[in-house]
Design a protein around this ligand. Structure first.
Ligand SMILES: *Cc1c(COP(=O)(O)O)cnc(C)c1O
Length: 420
């Protein structure tokens, strides 16, 4: 697919792009409200139609009828690893390296703790490097653990990805980066950054919250050390669906974290009074998992089985290229500034624009059925899930934006803001 978009397009051109889009049929696997253009799948993915029947099955049959036997019979106990194995190919991981469990925040805690433990012999390694623009919980979790350990660890916040090279040194224990920035959509070169981190003897922890299911990820090929991510964003697992954690086989034996609950024990049913971790990835588990939520993660992952990340990436870039080109040409008289990189190699599956009245404009868009979101400071963020967003949707979203800007149809929202 071409990387430059002919901006003298019409809606009919976009309809033709939809008609020749091999992924268009996947939209049928999702339930979206009639008339809504949903550009917020990077915050909460849409509902796979299959999830209602799956929830009914878990509640009526597995819980209602089979009760406690479902821990084995329905595969409940194994589900964190069963789903982890299903997710693994989407992030370039091997079987037996991923579990779906707990929250992204909790999994960050485990990975940071394990990384610091692995570096403990190198007492001079006292810094964790991350980005000031990282999603706050990532920084908060690092702050929480280092403050609690009280061993002189410091968190170094960089302001630009290129700063890493000058800041990393022999004192660095861990570099913790989010692969795709939640606000700007900037995409790191995972392989090059991980190589740089390793050159300095540090470990690399990647947060895939905005990349799993959005862009191809090759954790093994990049030789990364740890990864975590959400399943309720591009993976469409449902609100608050359990997150995932990846630990490569090479690190399993050294992976020790302090949330050593019984689900991570070598023999969880031996009721041993002492903890000894299971050898594999299940040592990243802590306690009993929310089975209803967990089961629905499978419905989101099943849809990915019908396509490939490469095909999704091609469409995703075409969608964001189109959105950027149309916005810049059709809303050219308005003060919109693209903050997402234009280079494909640096762009996730979103496009973000600054506007002086970004919050009010987003509210006006939502009122007209075009759902994007607002992120501080002054950014309108639009996520493009190639599974269920089409090219005519992009056209319609931009036309709605243009109309709102031309008519200043967001003025009433400015006043509403002023009084609240
Ligand atoms: C969405 C997101 C999270 C969310 O963490 P939870 O524990 O699920 O609330 C964490 N980190 C990043 C980078 C995110 O984008």
């Amino acid at each position: 697919m071409s990387t430059t978009v002919n901006t003298v397009l019409t809606r009919a051109d976009c309809e033709r792009m939809d008609a020749s889009d091999a992924l268009a049929a996947l939209r049928e696997d999702f339930l979206l409200p009639e008339g809504m253009i949903y550009l917020d799948g990077n915050s909460l993915g849409a509902r796979p139609k299959a999830s209602l029947e799956r929830a009914r099955q878990v509640i009526e049959q597995e819980w209602g009828q089979d009760l406690i036997t479902s821990w084995n019979k329905a595969g409940w106990f194994d589900l964190p690893s069963t789903l982890g194995d299903q997710l693994a190919p989407l992030i370039g991981a091997d079987k037996g390296e991923v579990v779906v469990t707990d929250t992204t925040s909790a999994n960050l805690f485990k990975a940071i703790a394990a990384a610091l433990h692995m570096q403990a012999a190198h007492t001079e390694r006292k810094t964790i490097i991350t980005e000031r623009s990282n999603f706050p919980t990532d920084i908060y979790m690092a702050e929480g653990i280092t403050r609690w350990l009280d061993r002189g660890y410091q968190i170094v916040l960089i302001d630009h990805p290129e700063e890493l090279a000058s800041v990393i040194n022999e004192k660095t224990a861990l570099v913790m980066l989010t692969h795709v920035n939640y606000r700007t959509g900037y995409l790191h070169d995972m392989k090059a950054v991980t190589a740089l981190v390793h050159q300095h003897g540090a470990l690399a922890l990647w947060d895939l919250a905005h990349s799993a299911g959005a862009v191809p990820v090759q954790l093994q090929e990049a030789n990364a050390d740890f990864a975590v991510g959400c399943t309720y964003k591009y993976l469409n697992g449902g609100p608050g669906a359990p997150a995932f954690i990846w630990v490569p086989h090479k690190h399993h034996a050294q992976f020790h974290h302090p949330l050593s609950g019984w689900w991570g024990h070598a023999s969880p049913f031996a009721m041993d009074p002492h903890f000894s971790p299971t050898p594999g990835i299940r040592r990243a588990l802590c306690g009993t998992q929310p089975m209803i939520s967990l089961a629905l993660v499978g419905c989101g992952l099943d849809v990915f089985g019908k396509t490939s990340m490469q095909a999704l990436r091609t469409k995703s870039l075409a969608l964001t290229d189109l959105f950027i080109a149309l916005t810049e040409s059709r809303c050219a008289s308005h003060p919109l500034k693209l903050v997402t990189p234009r280079a494909h190699a640096q762009r996730g599956s979103q496009a973000s624009f600054e506007h002086p009245h970004a919050y009010a404009v987003i509210q006006a868009l939502i009122e007209r059925g075009v759902v994007g979101d607002y992120r501080e400071p002054g950014i309108m963020r639009f996520g493009f899930t190639p599974l269920y967003v089409g090219f005519a949707d992009v056209w319609d979203a931009v036309e709605t934006l243009r109309d709102i800007l031309d008519q200043r149809d967001y003025d009433s929202n400015l006043q509403k803001n002023a009084v609240t």
